[in-house]
Design a protein. Structure first.
Length: 300
């Protein structure tokens, strides 16, 4: 319990005498299941890590909020790290996890050794900002095209989540269809999802949502995020050293210059493969990139 709120998390300790603490956060519709291939790679090697993987409020085994925007994960997770004995840590995430990691770095910069994100959080432009580059304009067009082709889920989850929730919570086939369609469309799998994700692993992920009856509370995260959570401000800037990693089969890929409007970008990488779930799809690449991020901090 953190501030009276039940938060589920996985905690893995390295055998190293000098591990670096890492807060590692997934997005939707994923879960800690995604990290089965990545975690063992991070527990050994140099540097190695103590890893904390929280389950977002309303997802899986964490408490479900009882009122809109009851809890802010970016405030909850640093308290979790304190309770586990970690004063400073690396914050890393994909999708929703990238957004939470960004807000942690903004609100608690003295606690975050480094930030690693696979999505660039948007912030308003200022009149004094430099004009958009060609790469940024291309990104805007690609993001709009992606929204038209793939963004229907986001539109309804941000506007009418409760209506959708009744159907998904009532039908295991409906929920499976809603979630697995995202894995099929967002995974670097060449159209053959089972070539990357074993059926058992997909079912494990589905069962976390089904058995805890949290599909409704998880999709309400989108409504609260777009309507109730305070937006980023035009003057916001993440001073924490940041690594930005783009995966070629993820959603719209943000160019470095867009990332630099919000982040103190020290490393920017476009990977050769991988999609929205890199911890499972490309664990070797992800682990190496996280390790390089940690190493760059260690030598400062």
């Amino acid at each position: 319990m953190i501030d009276g709120y039940g938060i589920h998390f996985l905690h893995f300790r390295s055998e190293s005498h000098t591990p670096m603490p890492m807060l590692l956060m997934n997005g939707w519709p994923s879960s800690f299941v995604e990290y089965q291939r990545l975690v063992p790679l991070l527990l050994s090697g140099s540097p190695s890590f103590d890893i904390v993987i929280p389950t977002h409020p309303g997802f899986g085994y964490s408490d479900k909020p009882v009122r809109p925007y009851q809890i802010e994960p970016a405030d909850l997770y640093p308290k979790l790290m304190t309770a586990l004995g970690y004063d400073r840590f690396i914050a890393a995430g994909t999708d929703i996890g990238s957004g939470v990691a960004t807000r942690i770095a903004l609100s608690y910069p003295d606690r975050v050794l480094a930030l690693h994100v696979s999505a660039v959080a948007p912030k308003p432009h200022r009149a004094s900002d430099r004009p958009a580059t060609d790469a940024e304009a291309t990104y805007v067009r690609r993001a709009a095209a992606w929204g038209k082709d793939e963004g229907g889920y986001q539109a309804i989850q941000s506007s009418k989540p409760q209506t959708l929730a009744f159907g998904l919570a009532d039908s295991p086939i409906g929920m499976a269809s809603w979630i697995v369609e995202k894995f099929h469309g967002w995974t670097d799998c060449g159209g053959d999802l089972l070539s990357v994700w074993p059926m058992e692993t997909l079912i494990d992920n589905l069962m976390i949502y089904w058995m805890t009856n949290t599909i409704g509370s998880s999709i309400r995260y989108y409504y609260e995020g777009s309507r109730l959570r305070p937006p980023l401000l035009a003057d916001d800037y993440v001073r924490v050293p940041t690594s930005v990693t783009m995966w070629p089969y993820d959603l719209a890929l943000a160019p470095r210059e867009l990332a630099e409007r919000l982040y103190n970008v020290q490393r920017y990488t476009v990977m050769c493969k991988g999609g929205h779930f890199p911890a499972w799809e490309a664990p070797d690449l992800y682990a190496n990139d996280l390790r390089q991020t940690a190493s760059s901090v260690a030598v400062r």
